[in-house]
Design a binder for this molecule. Structure first.
Ligand SMILES: [Zn+2]
Length: 299
């Protein structure tokens, strides 16, 4: 079956058409231009889907195939599983909308929708670093923190659709207030902006994460790094102690930090019941393409 995937991000909307064997037939990318509002974004997504559908129909007619082409979309936000209403997103104008319903009305076809972390996990589990593993916990550590659980190639999103919302489980009940309303979420400690904020609190300097890593001999760096590793370890050891996945795959800008894969991994192992030291914690394979590919695989 041909599959169309859409990745709605804060700055760009990507689309992809996958062949029966999940190879990429066609890709496209436009700017989100969120300042132009919800209807503009809706039309922009519809026109990308139509471009992909047109190509899909052309190829299918050459092979005399009649089956429908599936459509999946990943969004950078959260929504209510029951109604589809978007409850949070950095693309502000989609909050409160029912994007899934509106797209289905315009396209006359059912679509699947998930948050971008779930799409990341789907892509990596099926076509990336998670191939060959039965259960995959895919983590995004970027502007925000999120995760997805994939078992036997299928997404496990739970009764309410919040399974894998790792970024918003609290690791400190007396911690910082998170934008989600909860206190001490993982997101408030190990997202890119949170790590930069902590460096600012310690040193008074406002510099990007990549630059902080250049200060490795600085005394403040030692404290910053040890807090970072502790929070990373508490967060991921909770996951292992509860669902014990076969592999943990890291993605997002923060996942490019090399010490997460040795010192970070060891810090996690020290907090696992029985000090089990087997769960691989590895980097992603598909990079920026994981969101759009995962969206296509939702069906
Ligand atoms: Zn939160």
């Amino acid at each position: 079956m041909h599959k169309i995937g859409i990745d709605l991000g804060g700055t760009k909307i990507e689309s992809v058409l996958l062949d029966d064997d999940n190879s990429i037939i066609r890709k496209s990318r436009v700017l989100t231009e969120k300042q132009k509002g919800y209807n503009f974004i809706l039309d922009s997504i519809v026109s990308q889907i139509k471009e992909m559908s047109f190509e899909s129909e052309r190829l299918k007619s050459m092979r005399n195939l009649k089956e429908e082409t599936s459509i999946g979309i990943g969004i950078n936000g959260t929504f209510l599983k029951k109604t589809g209403t978007v409850t949070h997103s950095s693309t502000d104008c989609i909050i409160g909308s029912n994007l899934k319903y509106d797209l289905e009305s315009k396209l006359g076809q059912k679509i699947s929708m998930e948050n971008d972390a779930n799409c990341f996990a789907m892509a990596e589990a099926n076509l990336g670093s998670g191939q060959g593993f039965t259960s995959v916990f895919g983590v995004i550590m970027g502007t925000g923190v999120g995760a997805g659980i994939v078992i036997n190639g299928k997404l496990f999103s739970g009764k309410l659709g919040v399974a894998g919302e790792w970024g918003h489980h609290s690791i400190n009940p007396n911690g910082k207030k998170c934008y989600c309303g909860n206190i001490g979420c993982v997101d408030t400690y190990i997202s890119g902006p949170s790590l930069e904020l902590r460096w600012h609190e310690l040193t008074g300097e406002q510099i990007p994460l990549e630059s902080i890593l250049n200060f490795s001999s600085n005394v403040n760096f030692k404290q910053w790094k040890s807090e970072f590793l502790e929070n990373f370890a508490v967060g991921l050891s909770n996951v292992i102690n509860i669902i014990d996945p076969d592999v943990i795959i890291l993605g997002g800008g923060v996942s490019n930090i090399p010490f997460l894969y040795n010192e970070g991994k060891e810090a996690v192992y020290r907090k696992i019941v029985g000090h089990n030291m087997e769960t691989p914690i590895i980097s992603n394979k598909l990079g920026d393409s994981s969101g759009v590919i995962g969206a296509a695989l939702l069906n």
